[in-house]
Design a protein around this ligand. Structure first.
Ligand code: FES
Ligand SMILES: [Fe+2]
Length: 341
């Protein structure tokens, strides 16, 4: 790919796993932000995500490390590390090494996902990860929806910002997703780290209709660059979560989740209704895959050749995005080159 001039070490919440992939006692290896990491779940259910190497002599804790109650034991010499990354036991000494600490990451489990807070400056989280139900404050819960359907694509040559830019890119819907008419944005709120985008959209009818007459749409909440959640209205009731996490300097993992709403009231044929929901979910995932096909081969265009009607939205989102980059600019290649000289 064309490596983007944007940092692959942005600040924010990023998905590193699904909760059900890490049972009690499991130790899972992963690589994100250029770091070897592990996630392990203690007896109590508490989940820890930390850098993978033991501070003693550098064993990789993901290869043979074992969970003992609330601590993780290194396979090499049996040193034990707690959920804050502190050494709590050297089995052949009277006291632990209180000085050394393995870097741990703030973790939250939400909507069946594991999110970590990543920040090169080690600041505390300064915004919350969005919740695909509570975020829309409409009283909905997972119980109102069929089970989550998922897409996982690993190591794609793309940057998280590409996905967020979809949130202002009205023109792509017609060409990538074959909507009959171009959607119209009704809200762009890029003041805070958590931003909001609403638009009117339809997948029905022909190109003779007017967008003013369309009675369906999508509301999106972007929690930084890593997580976006959406709610639809006026169409098949669905919620989605897209989560893009940088792996190294040129690739990202992409996770996409969709929930299809359960019908209200009595369902005559539950098996059939569930099968239908499965089909709808697959269709939503297929549409997201159409985007991935573009993103995974895209080159970040800066400055882009924007049409007049695109200027405001793209300017707003790119300005908003800068706050998440370590250099505070996420700016043009020329700017970055000047910065690193
Ligand atoms: S390397 Fe982990 S205990 Fe020695
Ligand atoms: Fe899209």
């Amino acid at each position: 790919m064309a490596k983007p001039p944007l940092s692959m070490k942005p600040t924010g919440w990023f998905q590193v796993a699904w909760s059900d992939e890490i049972a009690v006692g499991d130790v899972r290896t992963m690589k994100y932000f250029g770091q070897e990491m592990i996630a392990w779940r203690a007896e109590s259910g508490a989940l820890t995500v930390m850098n993978a190497y033991c501070e003693h002599l550098g064993a990789h804790l993901g290869y043979g490390g074992t969970v003992h109650g609330e601590v993780l034991q290194c396979p090499f010499h049996g040193w034990q590390w707690n959920q804050q990354g502190r050494n709590v036991c050297i089995p052949y000494e009277d006291r632990p090494n209180r000085g050394r600490r393995i870097t741990t990451y703030p973790v939250i489990e939400r909507n069946e996902s594991v999110y970590i807070w990543h920040d090169t400056e080690n600041r505390e989280p300064f915004f919350d990860a969005p919740d695909v139900f509570a975020g829309f404050a409409d009283g909905s819960t997972a119980a109102d929806y069929y089970p989550q359907q998922r897409l996982f694509r690993q190591g794609l040559e793309m940057h998280p910002q590409y996905v967020l830019e979809n949130g202002v890119d009205f023109a792509h819907f017609k060409y990538v997703h074959n909507t009959p008419i171009v959607p119209v944005f009704t809200r762009h709120d890029f003041d805070d780290p958590v931003s909001y985008v609403d638009f009117t959209i339809t997948f029905e009818g022909d190109d003779g209709q007017r967008i003013e007459d369309v009675n369906s749409g999508v509301e999106a909440i972007n929690g930084g660059l890593g997580i976006a959640v959406t709610k639809s209205w006026g169409m098949i009731d669905n919620r989605t979560i897209s989560a893009i996490t940088p792996v190294d300097e040129s690739t990202s993992d992409v996770r996409f989740m969709v929930y299809i709403g359960r019908p209200a009231g009595e369902v005559r044929d539950p098996a059939r209704a569930a099968a239908k929901a499965g089909e709808f979910g697959a269709e939503v995932i297929r549409q997201f895959s159409q985007d991935i096909h573009i993103w995974a081969h895209q080159r970040y265009s800066d400055p882009p050749a924007l049409a007049g009607s695109e200027l405001q939205g793209f300017t707003a989102i790119r300005e908003w995005a800068k706050r998440f980059y370590p250099d505070g600019r996420g700016g043009s290649a020329a700017e970055l080159a000047a910065h690193t000289r």
